[in-house]
Design a protein around this ligand. Structure first.
Ligand code: TYM
Length: 408
């Protein structure tokens, strides 16, 4: 059977302001309203937040109320399903390419922990060791090892062991292979090229030439497969196509799931629902990239209190004025100030955040002082994470990573 043409829009979003958001590149000044328009997702409205609170009986997370999780696909369907008392599951993932996660990587996992508490449901977490092998200059064993190590940081976020499966693609792929081959057959080569825009880099025979391997074209089906319950026969029963899936992630991962949603009805599967976050910005400012390979761009889960203090004081982009006199007169700019932006993620006390905003933008609070507020806020958070991680033994990781029956 020939695959129908893709109906959801292509992944690359560049515009006059050089905004680029793909699964591999996020750069330029990001206009999130424009992204919603161009990706074809929906904004999370006050009415939807009200429905979320009414249906779940739980207060919306500050990241929903503050517009950090700002966009969705079919979240209302998930709420209706929950209200009807039917099962659902959550799916998220990590591409293990570095030893330590940075605070940005923690966002979807901390939020997923909240969603697991709210919906009291099964969660599957994909470690795409295969993806990182295909994309990075890393050995296969190393990607697998990093997946195991990263799983400790993920478990430290507090997931329920009786309801959570973490799986390495390399180890688990056989269980979901029937779903993967069905996706491969239903998506054409041109559709994958259209969605992901894979192109060879450089000129054959010249230095720096990087041809696109066939694994990159095949991989999107591997990230798509866990969106379908049939990929987890030991959890949902063989061939299950009735339990809907909700995927929390930053919006960079949306291209994978546009392809997934497009192919789902052709395979008789439900489209997965999504809830998308904005990007947690780099220390140097919203337009530079937070990277696991650039120590100064981010705070890592492994950083000590002294490192946190040094990095924030030295690198956090300031929205303050050039001189104290000017700052007292004109005030700081919270829209560009990274300390304030990071506080919007991690200072969960609304009244305190509002007071900091008022003090800083009126000029009463100086740049050094708002940096001090940020250090006070994130240092205990990172320390708590480190002590939770230290308690995660290899045995605990192995249990989380064993395919088994979970409490639905
Ligand atoms: P990875 O390892 O690049 O990122 C893991 C998760 O972190 C999100 N993320 C961020 N969120 C907020 N601010 C940031 N600065 C930031 N940087 C990364 C990503 O959106 C992602 O949710 N291919 C994926 C792994 C994967 C996956 C999934 C992710 C497999 N299946 C299903 C989400 C949902 C990857 O390499 O993620």
């Amino acid at each position: 059977m020939a695959a129908a043409p893709a109906t959801e829009p292509p992944a690359d979003v560049g515009d006059a302001d050089d905004m680029v958001v793909t699964a591999w590149e996020v750069s330029g000044k990001i206009d999130y309203n424009k992204l919603i328009e161009q990706f074809g997702s929906q904004a999370i409205t006050p009415a939807l937040i009200e429905k979320f609170e009414r249906v779940t009986g739980c207060k919306a997370h500050p990241w929903i109320r503050r517009g950090i999780f700002f966009s969705h696909r079919d979240l209302d369907m998930i709420l209706d399903n929950y209200a009807a008392g039917k099962p659902m599951y959550l799916y998220t993932g990590r591409g293990p390419s570095s030893e330590a996660l940075h605070l940005g990587h923690l966002i979807p996992f901390l939020f997923t922990k909240y969603l697991q508490d709210v919906f009291k449901c099964v969660l599957v977490i994909q470690m795409t060791d295969d993806e990182k092998f295909l994309w990075k200059d890393l050995q296969l064993d190393e990607c697998h090892r990093l997946g195991f190590e990263n799983a400790k940081d993920i478990i430290a976020c507090g997931f329920d062991i009786s309801k959570t499966l973490i799986f390495s693609d390399l180890d688990y792929v056989g269980h979901m292979y029937p779903v993967i081959v069905k996706i491969w057959k239903a998506v054409t080569y041109n559709q994958v090229k259209g969605i992901f825009g894979f192109e060879d880099k450089g000129v054959p025979g010249e230095p720096g030439y990087e041809p696109v391997n066939i694994g990159k074209h095949a991989f999107p089906a591997v990230q798509a497969a866990p969106s379908f319950p049939a990929a987890f026969p030991h959890i949902f029963g063989a061939g299950n196509n009735t339990v809907p899936c909700l995927i929390p992630c930053a919006i960079d991962q949306d291209p994978y799931f546009r392809m997934t949603r497009d192919v789902a009805p052709r395979l008789g599967f439900l489209k997965p629902a999504l809830i998308h976050s904005k990007f947690f910005p780099a220390l140097q400012g919203a337009q530079s990239k937070m990277s696991a390979s650039d120590e100064s761009s981010a705070i890592f889960c492994t950083d000590t209190p002294a490192e946190i203090k040094k990095k924030v004081n030295k690198y956090a982009f300031s929205g303050g004025q050039q001189t104290e006199e000017e700052h007292r007169k004109l005030g700081g700019n919270c829209d560009t100030d990274i300390s304030y932006q990071w506080l919007t993620f991690f200072e969960h006390d609304d009244a305190k955040l509002a007071r900091i905003k008022e003090e800083y933008s009126s000029g009463r609070m100086l740049s050094g002082e708002i940096k001090g507020e940020l250090i006070k806020c994130i240092t205990p958070l990172v320390q708590r994470h480190q002590s939770a991680r230290a308690k995660v033994t290899d045995e605990i990781v192995k249990t989380f990573m064993t395919p088994r029956k979970l409490a639905l």
